[in-house]
Design a protein around this ligand. Sequence first.
Ligand code: MIG
Length: 642
Amino acid sequence: MNGIQKFIIGKPLDTGAVVKNIDATVFSGGNIGELYVEPDKKTITYKMSEETVVYGLGETLRGINKRGWLYVSNNSDEPHHEEGKHSLYASQNFLLVDNGDGACFGLYIDHPGEVRFDIGYTKSDVLTVSAEDFDFSLYRIDGETPLEIVKNFRTLVGKSYEAPLWAYGYGQSRWGYKDASDIRDVRDNYRKLGIPLDMIYMDIDYMQDFKDFTVNPERFPDFEAFVREMKEDGIRLIPIIDAGVKIEKGYDVYEEGIKNDFFCKKEDGTPLVAAVWPGKVHFPDFLNPAARKWFGDKYKVLTDMGIEGFWNDMNEPAIFYTEDHLKEVFGELDNLKDKELDIWGFFGFKGLLNSIDNNPEDYRRFFHEFNGVKVRHDKVHNLYGFYMTRAAGEAFERNNPDKKILLFSRASFMGMHRYGGVWTGDNMSWWSHLLLNIKQMPSLNMTGFIFSGADTGGFGCDTTEDLMMRWLEFSIFTPLFRNHSALGTREQELYRFGHAEDFKNIIELRYALIPYIYGECTKAIEENGMYFKPLSFEYRYDERAREIEDQLLAGDSIMIAPVYEQNKTGRYVYLPEDMKLVRFRSFSDYDTEVLTKGDHYIKAPLNEVLVFVRKGKKLTLTEPASCVDKLDVNKVASVIEF
Ligand code: MIG
């Protein structure tokens, strides 16, 4: 069987994730193949065999094989990406079950609110999908192989976003570049060392008082001229846009939002007052098409000044506090004030303070106008970041149909992959998060988020030179390639470290690979396929390959096996077939060695990048340049064939 079946359970909301019309069966419970749907228990169950591998779910914690954990779709501003967590910023409710005996199928739960995927967590051999609101469309996707199922699934949800070619360049970012001179410094230091660079990202500090679509005139006296100046140097500025709109008399975005009734409202009809970076804000109702159009058109303020890319942040939405909840907390604190706190009283007190940000109760305080109906936010919570990014993406298509604009988001949902990519949010400068990055990429690819990547070097905590180098050695293969870090952490621009020459070699190798990476990503987009694949997708009946999660296929020609532990000068690599190892010291200085199928211990000094060329394939390297616009694909540096 090779099709897609659609089952309507309860009264689903139309999330906008699916673009293909499919005849549906109204389903009141029972079996769908080996899936057992019980609406009264609000569960779908499936009995896993010992061999069953479960893939999917896009951006999550833990492994490529999802077995053995509870994953909860509940988009969260979660800066602690630890293995005990259940939710990150994204909800991509697609599962792919592979039984190893040839039988495999996909499952997509088109639900805009919380869904729980208990994949052998409660009972090690049972997969249970549950949702409090048991109203959704369920899609069962069949196919001969996992990759075929992925491709079928993606015809359902539509073609992935295509980033401009220059966006495959290297980007430097940091929360804390506060003015034009900070940014010129970054450019000058990169150019001085001859390390290629295409983008400098602008975090919230460029704005006037953190107001969307404003630029602080003291910090950037002539912004348009500055954008031009940078572009003449081959560097594009990529500003951040936050979800919350500052409440301030006279601020056009605020005034227009109020006048046109575009903000999310509470039960009593007044707009919700929350607080994020700008102080008190309202949240635009991106789910309302008129509000979406209005907000999307605002990006024009910046594109008119020459800006060609954006990153959308805080769109889970993150909430520092709401006015109402803060009042309640102060009220309760008042009650406690003069009382003696026993130990439980003390924990209650602490809990009150810890409940202030991203409080679940706050997500029940406001409403959207969704498909003409008033819907409480928590019911459609996971759509918010998707619809913010959709606002921008639709506006770009409307206003600039011939131009590709860089766009990616922190929060996401299936369907958003048509409008932009994602970065995986606030990771840490930890070796374990380099490994997490490796494992996240193929799952994001299954769900169509091809143009994606993580904060290279780690966002929170202090990085080290060796971590940065090893991380780059992996992320030169990720489509979105950005070094980003948090305010207050150790500075991690590549010129801050001692071995500039090594960093230069690694970044130049990226540029030499851009035609390959871009070509393979474009193919993945056109064919609804994947750029990053787990080994098991190509070597399906190889038992060893099925379990490998720290080696990936990147495009059709190569396998990569990054080093992700500190103080290691090599690692074990499993080859599912004979391959040609290429050890790059730079794009032009490398040696090759043919290795046979099986296990190998591979030496990998800190400054070397390992690439394995597959049998019958070739890898073409282009002469690198200081930025993508200066790359000439006809200047082939070398062709490595096996
Ligand atoms: O509350 O804009 O994930 O990349 O640097 C933090 C400041 C808000 C979170 C983003 C991060 C960004 C930071 N933002």
